[in-house]
Design a protein around this ligand. Structure first.
Ligand code: PLP
Length: 395
């Protein structure tokens, strides 16, 4: 018999998965081209040519020792290359000693939570949220505390955060650009949050980490500036990956960057390296560490995503849905025309439209539309979205 905890978690199985299964059913019945699946965050583009070339070159060069065990933090030259880039993007003196290579952002989040949490410590998660956070926190004995974002902007709600920070708060997870809203957190709000944290740390005599989950960092539109978390928050740890920026989610490659200004930073880094080892990751995949070191300045075509965002955003707005225009990632998070978002997405499947209900992100009454799919699916969905809107008298 498996553990009660895992049984419970299986019971709360992911909406994204179940919508994907519904999609498979519809595809078999109506044919792939007639089903408009906007559920998954699995990038449609191929990795950039430079990435594929780097992979071929490294394999062809047959470097001796490349497939061996290494330091649990990863290859030194790869960590140096990442630190070099971060040092130029921030005002912080980051070195390779502050970088740990990980199995994607998911691996990075788990090693940070494993390293900082004592049983019962609270971790604040801003809703709507990437649902795996709750399981990751639970993996390491923490208690998630859900705080809703400002409903008009989806920015962090500073008053609500103030009410929820306690003496047991160990970390706040930030995710900007955000999944599922696509919103980029503003510098003003982040500065306010920093002031609040400083005040609360003094009040409770504690240390509160900002755990910044940034797999969409490179996917921003409209020439906006993405505020740099390491510059704003002293006690900050950034988790990044190449799953979205280089369209490499299956290769499981990312990193954790630790702010060198954190008290006891060496101890924290030692803890992260230990957790990388003992959670069984051991080290990030060797071959892809080398590939990303050669591809650090490449990225998928942002214009392609911007075009897709604009087309879909216009469809939803023109057909009467309320939606904040996202500035990053590859998701829209419109308001459902009825309070029951699950009933709404079930109705949408009548038009072969597949979305994920806001309930799956701890935020009912909305739905997520992922546009990391192909342009034909997006354009083909126009009439179906229009019919869905007509069904709810939005037109
Ligand atoms: N964090 C967020 C907000 C995500 O959306 C995802 C994946 O979709 C992840 C983390 C996990 O990313 P990775 O594939 O790098 O583990």
């Amino acid at each position: 018999m498996i553990s009660k905890q895992i049984q419970d978690n299986l019971g709360r199985s992911s909406w994204i998965r179940s919508m994907f299964e519904e999609g498979e059913r519809l595809r078999q019945k109506y044919g792939t081209e007639n089903v408009f699946d906007f559920t998954l965050g699995n990038p449609d583009p191929e990795p950039p040519i430079a990435v594929k070339q780097a992979l071929k070159d490294i394999v062809a060069s047959d470097i001796p020792g490349i497939h061996k065990y290494m330091s649990n933090a990863g290859f030194d030259d790869v960590r140096e290359a990442i630190a070099y880039r971060l040092e130029r993007e921030t005002n912080i003196p980051i070195s390779k000693d502050h970088i740990i290579m990980t199995c994607g952002a998911a691996g990075g989040l788990n090693i940070v939570l494993k390293t900082i949490l004592d049983p019962g410590n609270e971790v604040i998660v801003i809703a709507p949220y990437f649902v795996e956070y709750l399981f990751y926190i639970d993996n390491h004995g923490g208690v998630p505390v859900i705080v809703e974002a400002d409903p008009c902007t989806f920015q962090p709600d500073i008053n609500a955060l103030e009410e929820n920070i306690t003496k047991d708060t160990k970390a706040i997870i930030l995710n900007s650009p955000n999944n599922p809203t696509g919103v980029v957190y503003s510098k003003e709000i982040l500065d306010e949050l920093n002031d609040l944290i400083t005040k609360k740390e003094q009040e409770f005599n504690t240390q509160i980490y900002i755990l910044s989950d940034e797999p969409y960092r490179q996917l921003i539109y409209d020439d906006i500036d993405l505020p740099n978390i390491l510059d704003i928050f002293n006690n900050s740890v950034v988790v990044n990956s190449f799953s979205k920026s280089l369209a490499l989610p299956g290769e499981r490659i990312g990193y954790v960057a630790v702010n060198p200004n954190i008290d006891d930073v060496e101890l924290l880094v030692d803890g992260l390296i230990f957790s990388n080892r003992t959670l069984g990751y051991v080290n990030a995949p060797a071959l892809f560490q080398k590939v990303i070191a050669k591809s650090l300045y490449s990225q998928v075509d942002i214009d392609e995503y911007r075009i897709k965002r604009d087309i879909l955003y216009d469809y939803f707005c023109d057909f009467g849905f309320e939606c904040i225009k996202p500035q990053g990632a590859f998701y829209l998070f419109p308001k459902a025309p009825i309070a029951d978002d699950i009933e709404f997405i079930n109705t949408a499947t009548k038009y072969n439209l597949l979305f994920v209900p806001g309930t799956g992100f701890g935020y009912p009454g909305h739905f997520r539309v992922s546009y990391c799919t192909n342009l034909d699916t997006i354009k083909g969905a126009r009439n179906a979205i229009k019919s869905l809107a007509q069904d709810y008298n939005l037109l």
